[in-house]
Write a protein that binds this ligand. Structure first.
Ligand code: PHE
Length: 355
């Protein structure tokens, strides 16, 4: 009788067309109310000898059916996978979809180039908030309240919100202040970022970018400042004998202060960088004023240092021949396609900044 049951169950197992049909067979044979389980429950009514013999036979049947179910399950899974692989086959010979490729904005590329050069000299990158307070943007930088030098910056002030006067930072110099307040010398950082002034014409936009440099140590001097900037300008503009001229100037936060010009030629209306006798202003710099060091908790009798700041758009325009500053921010995709950079063109000293 068990042989008949076995044949019947095995043919059901092999006929199960999918996993759920197979599971129904399993439940009907081995489940709580299954047929084999039913026979097991009747064992109690038999004599010990009969029970032993019948029990062994039932267990063997149960094992055989369970094994058949497992085997069928594996077959069904393999068949299912095979069908999926057939159905979802990818045709690798199809042409790629015409994805539009993005470009890196010249500002981003230029800042990455600058960072690569300064990183090589041992500078790390520091950042600060675009919305600043009066202390970090002015007071700590030796602009006393009411000092006329504040008028040099056409500051955007935020609506008065009570205790602190908030503003959009007019330069990246507040990052110097934050760095000095939070770190002990020696300090060697560059701070690239957005800056804001209320101004708009061919050469001014209300938002623009600067990169700031700051070095503080015990024996830092003006020679280090010059060496650092000469090295930077020659690497950045890729002109080995590019001459630099340091002209005395004024910033509240540096003393002495200088403006730096690079050599150029404007002959025939074309601007060329190099040793041609003409000059073009590109950045401001100087030795950090002792008042700034003291306002930032640094002992000015022990430490001194230099700082510099430069406009990113300005040098990007020079290097890449971009004539109008305002076009940087018009988000014109044709412009970006023309002046932008390939995403894998990552500035690096080793292979030459940008290809
Ligand atoms: N913060 C100055 C500016 O925006 C630039 C500068 C930075 C000059 C550091 C000297 C030293 O005009």
């Amino acid at each position: 009788m068990l042989d008949a049951l076995k044949d019947e169950l095995l043919s059901q197992v092999n006929a199960a067309a999918d996993l759920s049909a197979l599971d129904e067979v399993r439940v009907s044979a081995l489940g709580k109310k299954g047929r084999i389980t039913g026979f097991m429950k009747e064992l109690g009514a038999l004599t010990p000898d009969e029970r032993k013999e019948r029990g062994q036979a039932l267990n063997a049947l149960k094992d055989e059916i369970a094994a058949a179910i497992d085997a069928r399950k594996a077959d069904l899974a393999a068949a299912h996978l095979k069908a999926r692989l057939e159905a979802e086959r990818v045709d690798v010979t199809l042409p790629v979809r015409p994805e539009t490729e993005g470009r890196i904005h010249p500002i981003s590329q230029t800042m990455d180039e600058m960072i690569a050069i300064f990183a090589e000299m041992g500078f790390s990158v520091a950042e600060g908030p675009d919305i600043e307070d009066d202390f970090h943007n002015f007071t700590a930088l030796n602009f006393p309240p009411g000092h006329p030098a504040r008028d040099m910056h056409d500051t955007f002030y935020l609506p008065d919100s009570g205790d602190k006067k908030m503003l959009l930072r007019t330069h990246t110099s507040p990052v110097q202040v934050r760095t000095m307040l939070n770190n002990k010398p020696p300090i060697r950082i560059v701070a690239p970022g957005r800056t804001y002034r209320s101004d708009y014409d061919m050469t001014h936009t209300p938002m623009f970018h600067q990169i700031e440099g700051l070095v503080i140590d015990e024996a830092t001097n003006m020679g280090h400042l010059k060496g650092c900037l000469v090295e930077f300008c020659r690497a950045f503009f890729d002109v080995d004998d590019l001459p630099l001229r340091f002209r005395p100037s004024f910033f509240p936060f540096t003393e002495p202060s200088a403006e730096v010009d690079i050599g150029c030629s404007r002959k025939g209306g074309e601007l060329k960088l190099g040793n041609y006798g003409d000059w073009l202003e590109i950045l401001g710099c100087g030795m950090v004023h002792p008042n700034v060091l003291e306002a930032c908790g640094i002992d000015s009798t022990r430490y001194q240092g230099f700082a510099f700041g430069m406009g990113v758009e300005r040098v990007a325009m020079l290097k890449y021949g971009i004539p109008d500053l305002r076009t940087f921010f018009e988000a014109d995709l044709r412009w970006l396609k023309h002046y932008g950079f390939a995403s894998l063109d990552i500035p690096n000293i080793a292979h030459g900044l940008t290809r």
